[in-house]
Design a protein around this ligand. Sequence first.
Ligand SMILES: C[S@@+](CC[C@H](N)C(=O)[O-])C[C@H]1O[C@@H](n2cnc3c(N)ncnc32)[C@H](O)[C@@H]1O
Length: 407
Amino acid sequence: MTDPHPYLAGLVLAGRKVVVVGGGHVAQRRVPTFLAAGAEVTLVSPEVTPALEGLAGELTLHLRDFTETDLDGAWYVVAVTDDPAVNARVAAAAESRHTFCVRADDALGGSAWTPAVGHHGSVTIGVLGNREPRKSAALRDDIVTALRDGHLTATDAHDRSPGVVLVGGGPGEPDFVTVAARHALASADVVVADRLAPRELLDELGPHVELIDVAKLPRGRSASQDAINEVIVARARAGKRVVRFKGGDSFVFGRGFEELLACAAADVPVTVVPGLTSALSVPARVGIPVTHRGVAHEFTVISGHLPPGHPDSLVAWDAVARMRGTIVLLMAVDNAPAIAAALVGGGRSADTPAAVIVDGTMPTERTVLSTLGSLADDLATHRVVPPAIIVIGEVVAVARPAHYGRA
Ligand SMILES: C[S@@+](CC[C@H](N)C(=O)[O-])C[C@H]1O[C@@H](n2cnc3c(N)ncnc32)[C@H](O)[C@@H]1O
């Protein structure tokens, strides 16, 4: 017959006496958790570690050998000396007082076992292996990690109320999605996903979730945006929780605010989960900083979807050319030759370093190093197609000194 399983309980120790016998490293690990639980800790040991000595103000410290009466009034006892005979005496004294006792050196010699404990929000997780502390700790770590990154969800903890959540999905690699984004996806009835949103995460959606692929909605920038606004509002009005899932951050060239306004106009509740914008995370991922002390005191993020001089352009390229800091261009592959020419024409040196990062954070990621003067040729030579981030400025040379002869 196998041993019966231990009974796992949550002890409410606030204001209750807990006795720790022993002053070494095991005590050092346990005492802070008892203090955090509000216990009145008594520590008995002829010697203690400096860390425990530092806690002296928060507990009752007896720097001497253990005596049975130390357990008087105790609710819980921990025997963690390095002397098995002393631990046995502590366990026996606890047993005779009907007080639960953990024995560090011999689990079966005590009446309680310490679980591997983890916390996530308001939840406490305890794992008790069959006296296999490493296995318990590993499982505890897995559970806490899964809760933190949203792979494991306490369903009831999710807000499932009808409405729209605008979720920024980061640059593409699923690891760069936020915990809040994962929670939002886990709570969704409907997910409206963009091409640049991290697609792998969509595989994890439950079978009940309606997935609407924006690429399949009517084409053309305005037509598709109207269709998106309509569908998110309609589903939310039908009582669904809708996640609008897109790449980067919804408010950085993501038309997220148009969707927010459409929801507001329709009286549909809308919340925003910010994402890691590709403008910053893609350069960072390949080790290119957008600022560097003594090199760049500003960075400017610009959409390059219209060329300089276009009647609808809102960018003062001549002013940008006169600035000295870093320029980060999005949606600029097609217009990069015209933009580079405008910047050089406006006063930036043709030697200014430029880096083009294609498919940032994805398996196909690559970086093309160039300069403003040779950007047009390099984009053609390397057959660069979107999505790409173009970083212009001395920071590129700081990050790749050998390429620019600065090593
Ligand atoms: C419509 S904008 C959306 C930007 C997004 N809201 C953000 O914050 O990253 C699309 C442009 O973002 C850039 N982009 C997005 N993800 C990228 C990635 N993984 N690698 C390179 N560029 C990316 C490209 O310039 C692309 O043309």
